[in-house]
Design a protein around this ligand. Structure first.
Ligand code: ADP
Ligand code: MG
Length: 324
């Protein structure tokens, strides 16, 4: 089981940013209104604190066990595992390649639970006072996996990926407040309950004109909807102002969506303009496969041409309205 956790970790937990992503997604799943993220020691220390539902003491112990009974018996079988799904494996995986502390309390509990896990082995668990919600602290990431450590890029690059993960999650969850501190410096400080426009301005650090792409009023048959904001700067947007695509809240790289935005802007494009901003696509789960690879950012649409047409059409309509 321990070996299986480490192998899963190799797939799910690529770098500090993947740890942050998994931990913050858990916080969001637990209905957090605020999520505080801290990174220190060049990514060697990671901490995510939320004010969400928390876990009871049983849950705290359960969550570091693999959900599915593993059928893996020896290391040879492990090499054939690259296509497994990884639901319910994030915490056990991270715990297997780090020293982890979980501190959690549910609303109706007087005391919380504090568990210490080292390389997947539970070292201690006891009751402890703590605010409602959950804190997960990860230290010595990949301390027991030197091969994985070698694949890490420069600190600067790793921290850039951490910021990107948080920016994308913050765009998809504008009702949640986020702070991100790296080496004691506040990199992001986003209040909850801002609307999408405000969040876009904060994330892109942009005060110029925005093209709103309003959501279409949903009809009974619609299985997809798109909304978003595009930056319309007087000059070409700065390097960091990219086009961020989120499908059902998940950041993706998708050439087809990118192409659809470009097509929607055909005839309006200013010289040198590269689309920048955010596009949030909501689509029925049976119309999209987001599990092409757990750690990659690809999606496969059932009816790519329909999605393309809708996105291009919405962007074109928005631009038409904007110019009147
Ligand atoms: P998954 O999210 O796919 O269920 P994880 O390994 O990420 O798997 O988490 C395991 C379980 O631990 C979750 O299903 C949840 O019950 C619990 N959990 C993890 N993080 C939190 C959190 N921040 N707040 C409340 N519960 C959590
Ligand atoms: Mg999870």
């Amino acid at each position: 089981d321990h070996i299986a956790n480490q192998i899963a970790a190799g797939e799910v937990v690529e770098r500090p940013a993947s740890v942050i992503k998994e931990l913050v997604e858990n916080s969001l799943d637990a209905n957090a209104a605020f999520v505080d993220i801290e990174v220190r020691q060049s990514g060697g220390f990671l901490r995510v604190t939320d004010d969400g539902d928390g876990m009871g003491s049983d849950d705290v112990l359960l969550c570091i066990e693999r959900h599915a009974t593993s059928k893996i018996r020896d290391e040879k079988q492990l090499s054939a595992l690259s296509t497994l799904g990884f639901r319910g494996e994030a915490l056990p995986s991270i715990a297997s390649v780090s020293w982890m502390v979980i501190l959690s309390r549910q609303q109706d509990q007087e005391l919380g639970t504090r568990a210490e896990i080292r390389h997947g082995v539970l070292r201690s668990v006891h009751q402890d006072g703590c605010p409602r919600g959950t804190t997960v602290e990860v230290r010595h990431l990949f301390g027991n996996v030197p091969a994985r450590r070698k694949f890490l890029k420069s600190v600067r690059t790793e921290m850039y990926h951490v910021e990107e993960v948080v920016r994308n999650l913050a765009l998809a969850h504008q009702h949640v407040g986020f702070t991100l501190k790296i080496e004691g410096r506040t990199v992001l400080n986003l209040l909850p309950d801002t609307d999408v426009e405000l969040r876009v301005r904060e994330i892109f650090q942009y005060q110029g004109p925005l093209l709103p792409i309003p959501p279409q009023p949903a009809d009974a048959e619609s299985t997809m909807a798109v909304e978003g904001y595009l930056l319309l700067p007087e000059t070409a947007p700065a390097g960091r102002a990219q086009l961020r695509l989120l499908v059902n809240g998940r950041p993706v790289q998708d050439g087809m969506l990118r192409h659809a935005v470009n097509e929607g802007l055909q005839g309006f494009l200013m010289k040198g303009y590269r689309p920048a901003g955010v596009l949030l696509l909501t689509i029925a789960p049976d119309q999209v496969d987001v599990n092409v690879h757990p750690a990659k950012r690809e999606v496969r649409f059932r009816q790519a041409n329909v999605v393309h047409g809708m996105v291009a059409g919405q962007v074109r309509r928005a631009m038409n309205d904007y110019q009147q």
